[in-house]
Design a protein around this ligand. Structure first.
Ligand code: FAD
Length: 455
């Protein structure tokens, strides 16, 4: 294990010597994360590429595991400190340059997602990927998890915006992938390989990101449905729209109840489901939301509220924004991230509640309905072993239900530590073999984020 003083002499001022501060780097937002003692790991806060090179050279020389870390908002334990590891935080690498003519941003990995959005907006541009954690997650973490979010239904995920990367490989070699230009097909797409690789191949030290012209400030429709079936008819009706909504979010009845228990956000109790739908189409947002409202009413919505302006639009979305804190306040939970074909979304919600009923647990089901990607939660009592076992069983049941519906166990959060037991079953052994072979090309010593994802 590296001693703090070894690394401190190589990287003066970068190594966190205060154990209380170091303890803050022990875990990410994985609810089942186990914090190891601050004496069991080292933290380097890199300020530039050379700091990353020096750390990775040192780690390779001594065979020490490295855990890259950004904003620590991962829900899967992918950024938790590991015993004997160097936690390499890139949160301070926050340089940012915007080229409005090329419509690209060249950014350090520590730039916070929301800050990049704000900087792009000053040029009339947008960086669309918008995880609900936008205020706390970094571009490095977004790239490593291929983060999605609320507007993927129209704009796609992080991978759709990454043109090129600078990555420091284990051992300290600096590698560039991809391009800055709008097009480019020279060689294999190694940029795509690094996007979503969960810090298991190398450390991202710079990214060239595509920007797009900003849409209009979004307007919102909130539709309340009496049954789950009618809610799903609402989701299906939106697929017939010629102008794709920029957001289609679902809260099932149990999620609505949890939000209302947290504060009065104007949702009726006992609803079958609520859909929040937005348009940001330049010059046409008001027209779109009115049309969405007509379609949602025809599909069976019993209450429909349409925002006339940005302030009202924000108010209508407020209940969705507080979903995460509302669910956290409800108690300990296992968070899923399953994604199924849109036509099977209703079956997925039914499966969540059927599994919860059979296992004697409470469940909620909400998320990115427009993509078929939901975050069902199973609530349990961590002090009761039977309840823990029931929740673990429910998690497994739902992964299998998602597979049976033609889906995947993770739409956007990644594998991390949380979903490793299911990865080989989803991919199949031959695919696991190929992926491990790729991993070995970049990380022959196996020191990059071991025990997470495929690593
Ligand atoms: C309230 C809440 C809401 C969320 N909503 C969404 C959502 O809507 N959509 C979504 O996709 N996710 C969501 N997430 C999950 C999380 O925010 C994302 O996975 C995010 O991309 C993680 O970014 P981070 O900077 O916090 O990375 P971290 O959590 O620090 O790390 C995540 C992964 O990235 C790796 N990593 C970090 N920096 C680097 C680097 N420079 N080079 C290489 N690897 C690196 C880590 O090793 C780890 O594997 C949510 C989380 C919370 C807590």
């Amino acid at each position: 294990m590296p001693t703090t003083s070894d690394l401190d002499s190589l990287l003066p001022g970068r190594v966190v010597t205060d154990p209380d501060i170091r303890a803050g780097y022990a875990v990410d937002a994985f609810p089942q994360a186990r914090a190891i003692a601050p004496g069991e790991f080292t933290v380097v806060r890199a300020r530039d590429r050379q700091d990353v090179v020096t750390t990775l050279r040192y780690a390779a020389r001594h065979g020490i595991p490295v855990v890259p870390q950004g904003g620590r908002s991962s829900t899967t334990g992918s950024a938790c400190a590991a015993p004997g590891a160097v936690v390499l935080s890139t949160e301070r690498m926050s340089s940012m340059q915007i080229d409005p003519v090329e419509r690209v941003a060249v950014v350090g990995p520590g730039v916070v997602n929301r800050d990049l959005k704000a900087a792009a907006a000053e040029h009339g541009l947008a960086y669309p990927p918008d995880p609900a954690s936008s205020a706390m997650c970094t571009i490095g973490g977004n790239i490593a998890t291929n983060a999605g979010g609320l507007c993927c239904v129209k704009y796609g995920v992080t991978a759709d915006y990454v043109r090129g990367l600078e990555v420091v490989l284990p051992g300290g070699e600096v590698m560039r992938t991809g391009r800055r230009t709008a097009k480019g097909v020279a060689g294999y797409d190694l940029t795509g390989l690094f996007v979503g690789s969960e810090g298991t191949l190398g450390v991202v030290t710079e990214a060239v990101l595509r920007l797009v012209p900003a849409g209009d400030p979004p307007l919102t429709v909130l539709a309340v449905f009496p049954t789950l079936e009618a809610t799903m008819a609402g989701v299906a009706a939106l697929r017939d729209e010629r102008h794709t909504p920029s957001l289609v979010e679902l809260l099932d009845g149990a999620s609505v109840d949890a939000v209302q228990a947290y504060g009065d956000y104007g949702f009726p109790l006992g609803a079958g489901g609520v859909l929040l739908v937005q348009s940001d189409r330049p010059g046409h947002a008001a027209q779109d939301v009115k049309e969405y409202a007509v379609s949602l009413t025809a599909a069976g919505a019993t209450e429909v509220a349409v925002a006339e302006d940005r302030t009202e639009a924000d108010l209508l979305l407020e209940g969705r924004r507080v979903l995460n804190p509302a669910l956290r306040a409800k108690g300990d939970r296992f968070i899923e991230d399953v994604c199924v074909p849109l036509s099977r979304l209703g079956d997925l919600v039914l499966a969540v509640h059927e599994i919860a009923g059979l296992r004697g647990l409470e469940a909620t089901c909400g998320g990115h309905a427009g993509d078929g990607n939901l975050h069902p939660c199973f609530f349990y009592d961590r002090t009761d072993p039977a309840s823990v076992a029931a929740a673990e069983g429910a998690f497994d049941d739902l992964v299998r239900a998602a597979w049976a519906l033609g889906g995947t166990l993770t739409g956007e959060h990644g594998i991390g530590q949380q979903k490793r037991p299911w990865l080989a079953e989803e991919l199949g052994e031959p695919e696991v073999g190929r992926q491990r072979a790729i991993k070995a090309v970049f990380d022959p010593l196996g020191i990059m984020n071991p025990g997470r994802g495929i690593a």
